[in-house]
Design a protein around this ligand. Structure first.
Ligand code: SAM
Length: 233
């Protein structure tokens, strides 16, 4: 069975989607991943009896995910080619949980610059953030009030200096009215910098982590002053 890498034999980071889906949604809820990539979230959602919509701009990803989902489940996920910046097929306030993992600029190029609109085409943080802001607006539109949106994102370097891309993305969510519920640190192993740090006996990491930000969309008529320190940039 092709699921071993994901469900039973995955590296520690792979546990996150199922733990997260279990914590923030119920059986039968509708989960969305607008950048579904290799399909981890889709497989977990199906195994956990959630309805699921997975979107990716790259048709190759969609083919792969559809094949991986060839097992029995309570609900059949809908896996479609699309652009996360314009998901008009999805109705306003229809989604119970969003879980997504966008490209980190062009650190990994998912379509080698061939697919127009692929966010991994952008090397400039400015251009990337301008396009990603369109994604955030769509996510806010489709998410039900008082429900959660989780984004896994990392940082990078330019000219040998740190670029806090993750915090830039977090700021954009706050700018658009989301409330920061959690900033979960996911350690990453086997990065380019790992060998430099492997034998250093200190509790420091040099970009060996990603952030799993969990945002909550405010409820209708909620008193937001209670959360003002989780909404400030
Ligand atoms: C980091 S990967 C997702 C990995 C995924 N979490 C997994 O389990 O494999 C980012 C994905 O975003 C997709 N992507 C980039 N720009 C997009 C856009 N505008 N709309 C939808 N998907 C996009 C890429 O094709 C890529 O598959």
């Amino acid at each position: 069975m092709t699921l071993h890498w994901c469900r039973f034999n995955r590296p520690s980071g792979r546990k996150k989607p199922s733990a997260f889906i279990l914590k923030y949604s119920e059986e039968g809820d509708l989960v969305l991943d607008p950048m579904v990539g290799g399909g981890t979230s889709a497989i977990e959602a199906k195994l956990l009896k959630r309805k699921f919509i997975g979107i990716d701009i790259n048709p190759n990803s969609i083919d792969t995910v559809r094949k991986l989902l060839n097992f029995d489940g309570e609900y059949e996920p809908e896996i479609i080619v699309g652009d996360a910046r314009a998901i008009e097929k999805i109705k306003d306030e229809s989604i119970d949980l969003i879980i997504t993992h966008p490209p980190y600029l062009n650190i990994i190029k998912y379509s080698d610059g061939i697919i127009d609109g692929d966010l991994s085409n952008y090397s400039s943080p400015n251009l990337f953030l301008k396009e990603f802001e369109k994604v955030i607006l769509e996510l806010k539109r489709v998410l039900k009030p008082n429900k959660y949106c989780a984004v896994l994102i990392g940082d990078t370097r330019k000219r040998r200096h740190f670029v806090p891309l993750a915090y830039m993305v977090m700021s954009l969510f706050l700018k658009h009215g989301f409330i920061l519920k959690e900033d979960i640190i996911k350690t990453q192993h086997n990065c380019k910098s790992t060998p430099q740090w492997k034998n250093v006996k200190m509790d420091f990491y040099l970009i060996m982590h990603e952030h799993l930000f969990v945002f909550r969309k405010p409820n209708i008529n909620e008193n937001l002053s209670d959360y003002k320190w989780s909404m400030k940039i």
